[in-house]
Design a protein around this ligand. Structure first.
Ligand SMILES: Cc1cc2nc3c(=O)[nH]c(=O)nc-3n(C[C@H](O)[C@H](O)[C@H](O)COP(=O)(O)O)c2cc1C
Length: 190
């Protein structure tokens, strides 16, 4: 697939077939992620692959509870997050949309740019997935919880790792519709 088509065609996918991913496909996605640039080429990332649906169900339930419990602690953030409260309180809402796999990209070494490095790896992975006919979605709802001790324990992550990009991956049930973009806000300096 041509790069322009990949960039323009990638969509966050929220409806998946139950078809599992082949191991070779997962490895291809991860190899594409590792081709991303990183500060001083330190490549400070680890890829955690979760396909066990019981684990994903548990993380979904606990991440929702964590978000609801911590929302009102910070009033400003709480006000912004208030509109998602009904969704997070709905026992039927699954933050991973029952996708067959989660690939979590975590920073595995201290450094000032691990977030940027992992986010660049994530975009590579999502573009490669699209080129292979797969759908992905970054699940920010999981992030805060996965950064807690309990969240790390749930996935067996060492305490010093920093979960950055929880990406669900799978074969899309239906192609998601395009989402509008604003015109670029450009500040030209002459
Ligand atoms: C950091 C980040 C966090 C996100 N968190 C969620 C999430 O928790 N749940 C969800 O359904 N989509 C999530 N998304 C997907 C965005 O909603 C989506 O990228 C945006 O609406 C644009 O749509 P597109 O990806 O199809 O272009 C997240 C995206 C990013 C980059």
């Amino acid at each position: 697939m041509d790069i322009s088509a990949a960039i323009a065609g990638r969509r966050s996918t929220r409806e998946y077939m139950q078809q599992p991913l082949e191991e070779e496909t997962i490895l291809r996605l991860i190899r594409a992620a590792t081709l991303a640039p990183s500060a001083m080429n330190r490549q400070p990332w680890t890829f955690t692959v979760v396909q066990n649906q019981d684990v994903l169900d548990r993380v979904s339930r606990d991440a929702k509870a964590h978000m609801v419990a911590t929302m009102s602690a910070d009033l400003a953030a709480g006000a912004r997050a208030e509109h998602v409260r009904p969704m997070l309180s709905d026992p039927k809402f699954h933050i991973f949309y029952h996708a067959p796999a989660l690939i979590l990209i975590s920073g595995n070494a201290p450094g000032p740019w691990i977030t940027e490095d992992c986010a660049l790896a994530a975009e590579n992975l999502m573009l490669m997935a699209h080129a292979l006919g797969l759908g992905t979605c970054w699940i920010g709802f999981a992030q805060n919880y996965l950064n807690t001790l309990a969240g790390k324990r749930e996935l067996g992550l060492p305490q010093h790792w920093v979960p950055v990009a929880p990406l669900i991956v799978g074969y899309p049930k239906t192609p998601p519709p395009a989402v509008a973009r604003n015109e670029p806000d450009i500040h030209w300096v002459n």
